[in-house]
Design a protein around this ligand. Structure first.
Ligand SMILES: Cc1cc2nc3c(=O)[nH]c(=O)nc-3n(C[C@H](O)[C@H](O)[C@H](O)COP(=O)(O)OP(=O)(O)OC[C@H]3O[C@@H](n4cnc5c(N)ncnc54)[C@H](O)[C@@H]3O)c2cc1C
Length: 645
């Protein structure tokens, strides 16, 4: 029987040893307090492996054989209700029967209490079979956990501390329905005139005289929007300063909206109107809905005006999830290309032996291994950060040593998750497109036909760099975080740069020296962007030591407006930072598992020359374009104008 888990050595490495399981399992099992929980780490790991095997079999035996049908059978709106495509219905039923939706839901809420990291790693197997199925699947457990996280944050979940179990939670009904596979959630943010620019969102929420909230407006492009439970971002306050393009973010709030109820006769009473399901280029197993809200009852989540913050929590997990979708799709594309290249001959040999094709295949394989390393680590840090946050808030009886450990570990996980997530979402989704395109190219004319699966993979891949924050938005986030981090802690940056220089020159291991050179390249590019930013903002600063910048920057500093040059190069910097982050992880793996050294060597062999090219582009181009934008008066950054003066 085919199994997408057992035939994947790299993914199996993470289930066996490639994740710091001891910490993650202990956090997930509440320090092994629960009587119905696992007794130790090995027992838990063995369960996670069994789960992955079930996913692998379902992906290979149930989803993959239906992928072609998912591509052509569409879901429709009939008399105002959703009618799912037959192949999607069949897969959903198989997943419900296998009880996969409850995987990461806590036991006391009807789930199996597996880590979210396991849920995502197993989801990759579904994405390899059909990426749109993983997308829809993520709107089950992922949304249940988001509801729980919101509830914990606002204080409407209480714990029974001795057993480490949830005693009560506000969203129990929703979570139980999702765990049983009866319902799913979705995330309603985008509107016709507000996608990346969330400050422009117009959907409103108003309170009746009795205090009850009602939402009115239109949302578009909502994945799995025919579902029951909707997290809706709506405006509760007008922007205070209309001249500030970001002011609108402060007036957004998060709501939970129930889209329908099921009557005793099984029919549906709808409160949210399904306007249409989009006709898309690909990704056809996933419904993308436009919705109308007309004074629909809603429950406020958290406080008024905190919607943007709440959305970030939702999106962090979702972005890591998209990375696993991207890796699954890339794995399918690579395997199809590799298999085809072995059997297709040209000029006397299989095309896999032709240098350019061999080079492409080797890079495709390497990219997948590299991305998986970053994805697994990102998921792990994000999950540890969230779980330690819960521990800190609730387990007040913990020993002083335990509390001190949490206070030390929590900021580390938060910092690493924040660093990795935009790099991961950016690179994984861009690489999925590149790998799918190369798979088509390797198939030649056949790749462009529907006789082979790769044209579908390319169409499916194209949405990955768009949803959950486009590649450009990820790049802006990574760039701003990096630059603001240096401004806030210049000494640490200077120290890191010196360390990289020393490492590049004097480490005994050539792998360490190569990593040092790449890190130095990334640091020099960052320094250049800061210098250009400083030149634009405060000419007087150029020439002064980096350590004097924070004081000088303290006045009239607006990080949202003053990064024109850095914004121009944000994508290049992001690529460089992602290459560096992956190199660090692969070198770390090589030290712990010498058999994996080959991946670190190959990554650095490609990343080093790429880093030099990116550094060159960052340091030698851009002024002319910024000059042109300034002259055309199109720039949104006052700093460019300031730089012109
Ligand atoms: C299949 C699908 C599923 C989706 N699912 C959901 C969902 O479940 N929930 C939801 O709320 N939304 C969803 N979306 C919407 C998606 O998140 C948005 O399409 C995305 O955020 C981009 O917004 P936009 O389409 O308005 O493009 P725009 O924001 O108009 O962007 C257009 C282009 O301009 C670039 N751009 C914008 N601002 C900047 C800037 N400051 N600097 C540089 N470049 C910039 C963008 O990167 C992009 O390339 C989905 C979309 C699709 C296609």
């Amino acid at each position: 029987m085919a199994n997408f888990f057992t035939d994947n050595d790299d993914l199996r490495f993470y289930f066996d040893q490639g994740v710091p399981w001891a910490e993650l399992v202990e956090l997930t099992e509440y320090g092994f307090r629960a009587p119905d929980g696992f007794k130790d780490v090995e027992e838990a790991k063995s369960f996670y492996r069994d789960v992955a095997e079930s996913f692998g079999e379902l992906a290979a035996e149930v989803v993959a054989p239906r992928a072609a049908r998912l591509d052509v059978e569409h879901s429709h709106i009939v008399d105002g209700q959703a009618e799912e495509a037959p192949a999607l219905r069949e897969i959903s039923e198989a997943m419900r029967a296998a009880e996969l939706h409850k995987l990461c839901v806590p036991r006391e809420l009807g789930g199996l209490n597996a880590p979210l990291t396991v849920y995502m790693m197993a989801g990759e197997l579904l994405a390899r079979a059909d990426v749109s199925i993983m997308t829809h699947f993520s709107f089950h457990g992922g949304m249940a956990l988001a509801a729980l996280a919101f509830s914990i944050r606002e204080g409407s979940t209480t714990f029974d501390v001795p057993s480490g179990r949830i005693a009560r939670t506000r969203f129990a009904e929703m979570i139980r329905e999702i765990a049983s596979g009866e319902a799913w959630g979705c995330m309603d943010i985008t509107e016709p005139n507000a996608g990346s620019d969330m400050a422009q969102l117009r959907t409103r929420a108003e309170q009746d005289a009795d205090g009850a909230w009602r939402v009115s407006g239109q949302k578009i492009f909502i994945t799995s929007g025919h579902g029951k439970w909707h997290f809706v971002i709506a405006r509760t306050e007008e922007a205070k300063d209309p001249s500030d393009p970001y002011a609108g973010l402060a007036g957004l709030s998060m709501f939970l909206v129930k889209a329908y109820d099921t009557r005793p006769d099984g029919t549906c009473e709808r409160y949210v109107t399904l306007d249409r399901f989009e006709e898309k280029l690909g990704h056809h197993g996933s419904v993308t809905a436009s919705l109308s809200f007309d004074r629909v009852p809603a429950e406020l989540i958290g406080k008024r005006g905190e919607g943007f913050r709440a959305m970030l929590l939702l999106m962090n997990n979702a972005r890591v999830g998209v990375a696993f979708e991207s890796i699954g799709l890339a794995e399918a594309a690579y395997r199809a290309a590799r298999d085809y290249a072995e059997v297709r001959t040209s000029m006397g040999k299989p095309i896999a032996r032709h240098e350019m094709i061999a080079d492409m295949l080797e890079e495709m394989e390497l990219d997948i291994i590299a991305l998986r390393a970053l994805a697994v680590r990102s998921a792990y840090h994000e999950e540890c950060a969230q779980k330690l946050g819960i521990f800190q808030g609730f387990f007040t009886e913990a020993s002083p040593e335990e509390r001190a450990r949490v206070s030390r570990e929590l900021p580390r996980h938060q910092r690493m998750s924040r660093r990795y997530t935009p790099l991961l979402k950016y690179l994984a989704s861009e690489k999925a497109v590149e790998i799918a395109r190369r798979a088509v190219q390797i198939h030649g004319g056949s790749g462009y036909t529907r006789d082979y699966p790769v044209e579908k993979l390319l169409r499916d891949a194209l949405v990955l760099p768009i949803y959950e924050g486009t590649s450009q938005i990820q790049s802006l986030m990574a760039m701003k975080d990096t630059l603001m981090g240096v401004i806030a802690r210049p000494q640490a940056f200077v120290r890191r740069m010196a360390d990289a220089r020393v490492r590049s020159l004097s480490s005994r291991d050539p792998l360490d020296r190569a990593l040092g050179r790449l890190s130095l390249q990334a640091a020099l590019a960052t320094q250049h962007l800061l210098r250009k930013t400083a030149e634009g903002k405060l000419r007087s600063l150029s020439g002064k030591p980096l350590t004097s910048w924070p004081k000088a920057f303290a006045k009239d500093w607006n990080p949202k407006k003053d990064f024109a040059y850095a914004m121009l190069h944000a994508e290049r910097l992001t690529r460089l930072l992602a290459d560096e982050a992956i190199a660090e992880l692969l070198v770390e793996q090589a030290k712990a598992h010498p058999e994996r050294r080959v991946w670190a060597e190959r990554w650095l062999e490609r990343a080093e020359p790429r880093g030099r090219a990116l550094y060159d582009a960052i340091t030698t181009t851009g002024d002319r374009l910024l000059q042109r934008l300034a002259e055309e008066g199109r720039t949104t950054s006052p700093s460019v104008a300031a730089a012109e003066e």
